[in-house]
Ligand binder design. Sequence first.
Ligand code: LLP
Length: 427
Amino acid sequence: SRTVSRNEDGVATVGGLDVKRLAEEFGTPAYFLDEDDFRARCRAWREAFGPDADVFYAGKAFLSRAVVRWLTEEGLNLDVCSAGELATALDAGMPAERIALHGNNKSAEEISRAVEAGVGRIVVDSFQEIVRVAHTAQRAGKRQRVQIRVTVGVEAHTHEFIATAHEDQKFGLPLAGGQAAEAVRRALKLDGLELIGIHSHIGSQIFDTSGFEVAAHRVVGLLREIRDEHGVELPEIDLGGGLGIAYTPDDDPREPQEIATALRAIVERECAAAGLAVPRLSVEPGRAIVGPTAFTLYEVGTVKELPGLRTYVSVDGGMSDNIRTALYDADYSVALVSRTSTADPMLSRVVGKHCESGDIVVRDAFLPADVAPGDLLAVPATGAYCRSMASNYNHALRPPVVVVKDGTARVIVRRETEEDLLRLDVG
Ligand code: LLP
């Protein structure tokens, strides 16, 4: 987080609060999130895209009632992809018309709750779903605004599991071969639907704008085909999320302004060439908003030096609070934050306490050679896809999310307890 510095004893402070005191008060592991940073990132996206576009925060990155309130206040919309996320959004007061529902296999229950609530859009993802949403809306006496999710055939340069615009995968309907155009044909015929646009999401943790530009070019191409075939100009396009963040100093992320300028330029140019009015643009950043705003604080429990290999530094969490290293081979950095050290750096691997050897938090890190039990380590940039993908593996208790603002800290998601775990165990 931007606000980490050191006090005269070498203890890191975040927003003026000393991490040792934070660890005493809230325990470890815990996620500490900087509210001002979160809000500043929301504003940067809003300002970059301006009043003719909508910014939908992707709730899957991290969602809680407090987050929903911040988004509502900062003028962002919200992308949800399950009944649980929808319930959180509505409970915390996000107006339904600012919510979009996503998913490749939405349940009948999810569709009907979204329609009943009056969500601003449902992004339909299959031929079956076009019919399901239309019927649900008709039964409710409504016309549901929908976008059709398409795959544009872009190879995003990211991990295979988080790339989503190539055609051989579960999301979207391919432009190539005409399934996307067929979906449009079907959607336009159904009374329960108001087809408002086309959606594309090319993947995640992407560092250059070219993939988005190709996607925009192809989506506008489809709008042109639709105009030529049906005589209608769809008023909206959504180009998804996926902007990368700096997990380590080697990463060089694009700013929201750069992506906004590039997208607007290409959409305007392509629309002018096709003789189309420029549609309203929307984007769905998740990681780029919340990722950099939080760090995880761990306490070191054991240190095991393997001569000639490396030193294993075990912390009190692991793959249950950050699965990304194990799942995507993600890179993180780590720092000793409870004191300064003049010891030489040593090649370390920061590992968790779970019962498997893939339980790695930071694969390769240089930590001071005197790192010892009781030291506190901070892993930055854990705001996205860490708490939201946390698990109870080995009956771990999922850590709290603590918000730091104006020199005070407050819990927004509390630590799980053994009672929480046992409450579900009704055998
Ligand atoms: N819109 C749609 C339709 C998406 O599927 C996603 C992410 C986003 C927006 C937001 O993408 P972002 O801006 O956060 O990259 N668990 C993985 C990431 C999975 C992303 C899934 N969809 C990770 O930890 O890297």
